[in-house]
Design a protein around this ligand. Sequence first.
Ligand SMILES: Nc1ncnc2c1ncn2[C@@H]1O[C@H](COP(=O)(O)OP(=O)(O)O)[C@@H](O)[C@H]1O
Ligand SMILES: [Mg+2]
Length: 360
Amino acid sequence: MAQIILSGVGHTYTGAAHEEAWALNPLDLVWEDGRTYALLGPSGCGKTTMLNIISGLVKPTRGRVLFDARDVTDIPTTKRNIAQVFQFPVIYGAMSVYENLAFPLVCRKWPRERIAEKVAEVAEVLDLERELRRPARTLTAAEKQLISLGRGLVREDVAALLMDEPLTVIDPQFKFLLRRKLREITERFRLTVVYVTHDQNEAMTFANEVVVMSEGQVVQRGSPEELFEYPRTTYVGYFIGSPAMNLFPVSTDGGALVFGGTRLRSNYDAAALPPGQLQVGVRPEYLELAFEPGENTLAARITGILDQGSVRVVALLVAGEPAKLSIPRGRRVPSGDVLVRLPADKIRVYVDGDLATAGR
Ligand SMILES: Nc1ncnc2c1ncn2[C@@H]1O[C@H](COP(=O)(O)OP(=O)(O)O)[C@@H](O)[C@H]1O
Ligand SMILES: [Mg+2]
């Protein structure tokens, strides 16, 4: 495995003069050896461009790509020892599963016995031992994706595993299974993994670290917990988590934040905040129903309840602002007028969309 460094890497497909308009704005980014990363963002934000620069399918307009301090910017994909899985499985349908897995090794002129050994080893990991004689085209989409992965894994010295929305063509009931299998494999092989997805849930459950992109830029990187607890911008707060983070307009009165006439206790000194449009963010998971007025409670009205499996999402108006609150299934939900509490230590303050530093 390798540590991968992007040094001043940026890309434009159209030759745009301004770097802010590039598909990938120039950036420095390090992918540590043996860690699993999710590259997350909406369609068109530059995820595939970044992945293809790592693999060598795209040569960056600017900057250098290093694998373990070796400059690979001018080295073609085939020489970079990358295992890749794309949205659609890349397999040879007429060949058997065995032949598909053996193919990269046959190309490298490995001796037959060594190929057989290696294919058996990888087939075992992928749970494909009983399918080795079958023509690859008769497999399910999920199994075909495993073969695409297996063809990368059979090679020695795989520098990294790159996956670009690999669950796209997988039936919903198999998505969970395949994702678990991919996790198992990445842990067992201690691979450096970059997993591209536009699905925040997939990113948060798959990766050690999530890299969030927006319009050609990395807006935040961190553990799933950091992104959940401290979204650096309202964009990340909105994009990560389901439902999205609640955002409420607030004003200040001396050192206090004020929302709907209520002075809020929080970890922030409102008097020390920079000027700008103020919002507080509170995750739906942390908003609480309260039974009597107290610290940080506000009048609210319940407008709907949505069942989401293990949790129920309650839609409400808090001091007239739309909000969501999620509570575990089985807890009774009142109707009509209620009180909600914004727990002081769960309040985040945003100034013009950027997280302010708490200074108490
Ligand atoms: N081959 C290409 N030629 C021109 N523009 C492209 C090409 N590939 C991607 N783009 C543009 O670059 C931007 C980023 O695309 P992409 O990296 O594919 O995003 P994502 O994978 O996040 O959906 C988009 O605006 C897209 O239209
Ligand atoms: Mg893409």
